[in-house]
Design a protein around this ligand. Structure first.
Ligand code: URA
Length: 216
C-alpha cells in the first residue's frame, strides 16, 4: 500500500468568510489578526477530528448514569506555531486545544535564497512517544519553513502520521515537497492557490501574513 499525503480544504462557510477578509488588501491589521484567529480556530476544529485521542467512561447526570467520552489527558498534545506568522493562528488553535503544550519555532526566510534559518527552537531533545503535533503555518509557499519544521520534529521522535498542519493559503511547491518526504501527513488549509511569484509570494495569496497580522 502506498501512502499519500492528505490535503483537506474544509468546505466551511466560516473558513471561506475569514479567508476572504484576510485576502482583502483593504483589511486593517486588527481585523486581519481577528480573521487569522478565526481561521486558526476553525481549521484546528477540522484538523483534530479523528486525531484527538478520547477515552470512554461514565458520568452521573442529575438523573442517571450515562456513557461519556472525554479527550484523553494522558496523550501529549503539542501546538507548534512557526514564528512569526504562525502566532496569528495560535490564539484560535488554543481555544480548541486549551491543554496542549506550545513549542515555539522561529524561522526567518532569506529574501534572496528563500531558504529558512532558525533563530528560536524551544523543542525538547526528545518528544514523548505518541505525541500529537499541530503545526500552525499560515502560508505554505516554497515549503522551506515547513520542511525545516518537520525535520526538527521528526529528528526528536515525532511520527509524521501524528502531525496535522494548518495553513491558510497553500501553494503547489510546498505541498509537493511535503508529500514526497512525508506521505503520511495531513494538511488542512483554507485554500490552495495557483503558485508563487518571483519573490516567493503566493499568488493571489494574501501578502505577507506576518507583516499584516502585526502591522509592521
Ligand atoms: N509568506 C507570506 O507571508 N506570504 C507569502 O505569500 C509567502 C510566504
Amino acid at each position: 500500500m502506498t501512502l499519500q499525503m492528505r490535503i483537506y480544504v474544509p468546505p466551511h462557510p466560516l473558513i471561506k468568510h475569514w479567508l476572504g477578509v484576510a485576502r482583502d488588501a483593504q483589511t486593517p491589521p486588527v481585523l486581519f489578526k481577528s480573521a487569522m484567529t478565526e481561521l486558526g480556530r476553525w481549521l484546528t476544529y477540522e484538523a483534530v477530528r479523528e486525531w484527538l485521542p478520547t477515552i470512554e467512561t461514565t458520568v452521573q447526570t442529575p438523573l442517571a448514569d450515562c456513557p461519556a467520552t472525554f479527550v484523553n489527558p494522558e496523550v501529549p498534545l503539542v501546538v507548534v506555531p512557526i514564528l512569526r506568522a504562525g502566532l496569528a493562528l495560535l490564539e484560535g488553535a488554543q481555544t480548541v486545544m486549551p491543554l496542549a503544550s506550545i513549542y515555539h519555532l522561529g524561522l526567518v526566510r532569506d529574501e534572496e535564497t528563500l531558504e529558512p534559518s532558525c533563530y528560536l527552537n524551544k523543542f525538547p531533545a526528545q518528544f514523548k512517544e505518541q505525541t500529537r503535533v499541530l503545526i500552525c503555518d499560515p502560508m505554505l509557499a516554497t515549503g522551506g519553513s515547513i520542511m525545516a519544521a518537520m525535520a526538527e520534529l521528526t529528528s526528536r521522535g515525532i511520527d509524521p502520521a501524528l502531525v496535522r498542519i494548518i495553513s491558510v493559503v497553500a501553494a503547489p511547491p510546498a505541498l509537493q515537497r511535503l508529500s514526497v518526504t512525508y506521505p503520511g501527513l495531513n494538511v488542512y488549509t483554507a485554500t490552495i492557490d495557483e503558485g508563487l511569484n518571483s519573490h516567493g509570494y503566493i499568488v493571489p495569496g494574501l501578502g505577507d501574513a506576518g507583516d499584516r497580522a502585526f502591522g509592521t
